[in-house]
Design a protein. Structure first.
Length: 337
């Protein structure tokens, strides 16, 4: 069984008198920084001048350049996009790291695929909330926490786990449970989950279902509701009660159709593809491709993003969601930050 840490296993004293530099103030950065501050931890923010800089100032933080923030920090949490971390680390973090400092991440990509190679005298720790930043903040304010993962890659001080658990407590994660893992396991399972199931798998399933109904002559609005909109309702049931809880709530007709048709739609071919996807994550093929894509200016990424945005499901969805008063208007037209 996995080792899970809760509040009693962690002591915030491990961060007493220390300064935590949160580098990056986006989804995770703003949430982790604000939660830590509310937990009594001294936090400074490291950034370049720009939108986030202004936001962090407005939120009452001491904001510095990355170099300045790292220079005074005992713990440096790297919360910039994964694709920029290696360059910023090499140029602005590494030269300023205090000896004996702890370097933290919320995703293992750059350490596991050796894009960042920290010196031996620093602790290297992963504390990853298993939820988007805005939820990490909201749930903390409500007195709960989003569950998290913790992993120690390098334990120079002998106290890496202790400091990691204190940090996890500071962001509220130990209220929900923090599972012990490794950088390898976190990185590979995170990439697999998002590619095969959560993002890639689900998006394609939705899109293929929508196209199948459209091609058969059904109205796009109906296809949208059946294949995309209702997904949330089903996922909420899964989240609360697992697959069985979901099946308990749906009609027996839906449940029978689930059993006899699900395996036909997502069958052996998908399982084989999942194994290939996993293998390419494990052997570094995917990481190499993504790193190269970024180095070459993201031509493929931008082309695929445009294709996705232009798909008919997005056109009909945009119209339909305008009539859904209960959906937050800001979320209807997401602006990529
Ligand atoms: P975001 O894209 O939301 O954060 C971007 C932040 O980094 C912004 O404040 C941006 O500032 C800053 N930034 C970008 N480039 C630079 C630079 N060159 N120098 C200084 N600051 C820079 O990232 P996320 O919060 O999504 O991800 C952060 C980490 O957390 C990643 O490792 C990710 O894998 C992990 N994670 C993310 C989750 C999520 O829900 N998003 C969940 C779990 C883990 P500016 O405004 O100036 O651009
Ligand atoms: Mg991920
Ligand atoms: Mg139905």
């Amino acid at each position: 069984m996995a080792k899970v840490y809760y509040g009693n296993d962690a002591n915030l004293d491990a961060l007493k008198g220390k300064t935590v530099a949160v580098v990056g103030y986006g989804s995770q950065g703003h949430a982790q920084a604000q939660n830590l501050r509310d937990s009594g931890v001294h936090v400074v923010i490291g950034l370049r001048r720009g939108r986030s800089w202004e936001q962090a100032k407005r939120d009452g933080f001491e904001v510095y350049t990355v170099e300045e923030a790292v220079k005074e920090a005992d713990v440096v949490q790297i919360l910039m996009p994964d694709e920029v971390q290696a360059n910023v680390y090499r140029e602005q973090v590494a030269p300023c790291l205090k000896p004996g400092a702890a370097l933290f991440f919320s995703h293992g990509f750059n350490i596991h695929f050796q894009q960042i190679n920290p010196p031996e005298d620093v602790d290297v720790v992963l504390v990853a909330p298993k939820g988007p930043g805005h939820l990490v903040r909201r749930v903390y304010e409500e007195g709960f926490g989003v569950p998290g993962l913790i992993a120690v890659h390098q334990n120079a001080s002998g106290k890496a786990l202790e400091i990691g658990l204190a940090y996890a407590k500071g962001i509220g994660a130990t209220r929900a449970g923090v599972i012990e893992t490794t950088f390898k396991e976190e990185t590979e399972t995170d990439l697999f989950g998002e590619q095969a199931v959560l993002c890639g798998g689900v998006s394609q399933l939705v899109q293929n279902g929508f196209e199948t109904l459209m091609e058969a002559g059904y109205q796009p609005e109906i296809a949208y509701f059946e294949c995309l909109h209702e997904l949330k309702l089903i996922v909420d049931l899964m989240y609360e009660g697992g697959l069985s809880g979901m099946r308990y709530s749906i009609s027996d007709t839906a449940e029978y159709g689930d059993y006899v048709s699900g395996k036909r739609v997502v069958g052996e071919a998908s399982r084989k593809a999942m194994k290939e996807v996993l293998k390419e994550i494990q052997d570094g093929t995917f990481a190499k491709r993504w790193i190269q894509e970024n180095e070459e200016g993201r031509r493929e990424f931008n082309r695929l993003a445009k294709e996705g945005q232009d798909h008919p499901i997005e056109q009909v969805g945009k119209k339909l969601r305008k009539t859904m008063a209960w959906i937050d208007k800001e979320q209807q037209e997401p602006v990529k930050q």
